[in-house]
Ligand binder design. Structure first.
Ligand code: C2E
Ligand code: MG
Ligand code: MG
Ligand code: MG
Length: 287
């Protein structure tokens, strides 16, 4: 009762804000049943060794990206529903589903490529992440070295010591740890000194501006140099053009990911890469 009365006070807000809040609340409720209703799925985006001409054989793995198809709204961007899931704590349950799904999928591939899964800061703060990862690896039979966990600096900002301790325990399981969106937030070199990341992913904001502004090229070049010095693999995100790819390859960037290499898509679209005969190919052969 008290709650619903205080909700009534929302009417003092601007109507637009009121609508947005109500909208969020509804979306929130819908998200809580999304997993159960099978509305959540994963798309996979290839990562490849950087070279001027990326071939199938250069693909080293995939990043799993969550997708929510809402029954009436249709596609809801993870940029919208992941923060919502984090606020409500739903991310813990959702993150578990995503991790299990991605590991199970990758474990079924005839070609043992890498699988990268995003972890949100809330997943670090709640539940026993280390035990969860460990039991999912056992349950799915995925070799630990094939799993890459992507974290953003947010994880380390909230509680540095706890974050670093958790990362060390995760790494002890044999999984790899990637720093995602490097340079986008409050990325600090302290993080790189305090934790041995296996991979740094340069935020797409820098890649977009390659060729447009010399600062971006200088930053990308410096991060690649940093990676080489620290013996950390550097992957550029958001590679959309051949020019960007050529620049990155010539600067010695290790890996690339982006629409130019391949869009996030259901794994069926990448059946050949993971060593499965696609149903289309089978149909052609049979027919
Ligand atoms: P991210 O981890 O940095 O993922 C890369 C994002 O860039 C993806 O957006 C991908 O679709 C997009 N992208 C890839 N290549 C290109 C490109 O060439 N050009 C452009 N313009 N965009 C490109 P998406 O799928 O919308 O995901 C957005 C963010 O949501 C992710 O950023 C990640 O932070 C979060 N997210 C997605 N799936 C999950 C998940 O399963 N768990 C968690 N915790 N977060 C997730
Ligand atoms: Mg990521
Ligand atoms: Mg990223
Ligand atoms: Mg990004």
């Amino acid at each position: 009762r008290a709650k619903s009365r205080s909700r009534g006070s929302i009417s003092v807000f601007e109507p637009e804000m009121d609508r947005q809040l109500r909208d969020r609340r509804v979306l929130h409720q819908d998200l809580s049943t999304a997993i159960r209703n099978g509305e959540l799925s994963l798309h996979y985006q290839p990562q490849a060794r950087a070279s001027e001409n990326v071939l199938d054989a250069d693909v080293t793995g995939f990043e799993a990206l969550a997708r929510w198809i809402h029954p009436t709204r249709g596609f809801v961007s993870p940029g919208d529903f992941i923060p919502l899931a984090e606020e409500s704590g739903l991310i813990v349950e959702m993150g578990e589903w995503i991790l299990r799904q991605a590991c199970r999928e990758a474990a079924s591939w005839p070609v043992p490529l890498q699988i990268a899964v995003n972890l949100s800061p809330a997943q670090f703060m709640h539940g026993d992440l280390v035990n969860l990862v460990h039991s999912i690896l056992i349950e799915t039979g995925l070799a630990p070295g094939r799993l890459e966990l992507e974290i953003t600096e947010g994880v380390l900002i909230e509680d540095f010591d706890r974050g670093v301790a958790l990362l060390r325990r995760l790494k002890a399981l044999g999984v790899r740890i990637s720093m995602d969106d490097f340079g986008s937030g409050y990325s600090s070199l302290t993080y790189l000194q305090s934790f041995p990341f296996d991979k740094i992913k340069i935020d797409r904001a820098f890649v977009i501006n390659l060729g447009l502004n010399p600062q971006s090229a200088a930053i990308v070049r410096a991060v690649i140099g940093l990676g080489h010095g620290l013996d950390v693999s550097i992957v550029a995100e958001g590679v959309e053009t051949h020019e960007q790819l050529c620049f990155l390859a010539s600067e010695g960037c290790d890996g690339v990911q982006g629409y130019f290499i391949g869009r996030p898509a259901p794994i069926a679209q990448y059946a050949a890469l993971v060593g499965r005969v696609s149903s289309v190919a089978t149909a052609r052969k049979v027919g």
